[in-house]
Design a protein around this ligand. Sequence first.
Ligand code: PMP
Length: 443
Amino acid sequence: MTHIVHRNLREAPPIAASGRGIWLTDASGHEVIDGSGGAAVACLGHGHPHVVAAMKAQIDRLCYAHTALFTAESAERLADMLVGHAPGGLTHAYFVSSGSEGMEAALKIARQWAIEAGQAQRTKFIARRQSYHGNTLGALAAGGNAMRRAPYAPILSDAFSHVSPCYPYRDRRDGESDSDYVARLAAELEAEFQRLGPQNVIAFCAETVVGATLGCATALPGYFPAMKAVCERHGALLILDEVMSGMGRTGTLHGWEQEGITPDIQVIAKGLGGGYQPIGGILVHGRVIEALTKGSGTFKHGHTYQAHPVACAAALAVQEAIRDENLLDNVKAMGALLEQGLVERLGNHAHVGDIRGRGLFWAVELVKDRASKAVFDPALAVNERVKMEAFKRGLACYPMGGTIDGKHGDHVILAPPYVCTEADIAMIVDRFGAAVEAAVAGV
Ligand code: PMP
C-alpha cells in the first residue's frame, strides 16, 4: 500500500535503495545502470565522495538561513565560480530549487527588466512548439509540449505564443539546405514579432538542445545566431533554457558555447547539482542586472528556500568535481563512443528513425515506418516499452513520447553520468540495443 501520489497511480515503482557510481540498486537487489541520470540529472553518478563530504560539512555548519536576512558562503562561492569571470557577459546568478522555478525566475526578471528599462509595454514572450520549460504554470505556458499543456490550457497565460523549433528530421522541406531552413525559421520568428508588435515582446525562449519533448534535437549551425539577430533587432531578450542540456551535458559547460551566441538569461538546473540536492537557477547578463540595480534596486521575486546553503554546497562540489576531474573531456570522448555505438547497433533498424544528440546527451527516435517517418500509435507506448525492456536488462533510460499532435514520435534518451568509462558505454549500448529490439518486435 502506498500513500504517495506516484506518476502511475495504479502501480508504484520499485524502491531505489542505494546508488554508487553509475549504478542504482532497488530494494529487491536488482542493479541497473543509471543510463540517463534520471532525466539527465545525475551527472556525477551516485555517492561521489567529494560531493557527499561537502554536503556533510555544510550540514554540520549551517543548514538554513533566510535570504531576507543573510547570504550563505556556499551560495556566494557557487555564484563566483559560475559567473565571477562573466562568461558571455553573464555576471549574476540567482539560485532556486528546480528547473521550473528557474524558468519562472527567468520570465519574471525579463519582465521586470522591461519595466525598469522604461519599456513596460513589453508583455509578450515568444517560445517554441515541441519544447518543455517546466511544469509550474508560467513555465508550462512557455512550453510547447502539447500533451503536457492540454489539461491546463484554459488556465495558462496568453502572454506566450509559439513558433517552430529547429527540427530538421521532420520539418526540413525536401531539398531545403541548412541555411534556407534556418532563414525560414528566422522569418517565422520575425513574422511573430511583427504580429505581436515588435516593441511588445519581452523575450524569445528556447532550449539550446531540446530535451524531453523532441529528444536531444540540436539546432543547425547558424540557427541561434539568426534567432538572436531577430531579438536584437527588436530590443528583446534571449532566454536559453539549459536545464537539461547545460552544465557540461553537451561537452561544454554551457550549450550556447557551441552556438556562437550568448543568452541574456540562462536557466540551469539538473547538472548544476547532479541530483545531490534540489537546485536550479538563472545566470543573468550584466545589462539586465544593471537595469534593475539602477531602477527599483530589487528583484521582485523570491522563495523561502532560494540559494539554500546545503543545495549550494552540493552544487559547488559537483562543479568542482567536473572541473578538477576534467570531466568535460570525458563527456566529449565518451559521447563520441556512445554515438558510434548507437549508430552501429541501431542505425539500420527498421523502427529507428533518427539518432541524434551531442556530448553525453543522445536520443533515439522510434518510428512505425522509416521511409514515411510515421509515428507509432501513442496507445502502444513504445517509449515506455523500451524503458521496461531496458530495466529488465539492467539499464535505466528516459522515455518520452505519447504525442497527441503527431508532430514528433516516441523517443528514448540516454544521458549517462560524465564519469562513465568505455566499458560502461559498451554495456549501455548493448543493453539499450537489445531493449529497443525487444520493445518493437511484433508491434
Ligand atoms: N526545462 C527543461 C528544458 C527541462 O528539461 C525541465 C525538466 N525536465 C525543466 C525545465 C523543469 O525542471 P524541473 O523538473 O526541475 O522543474
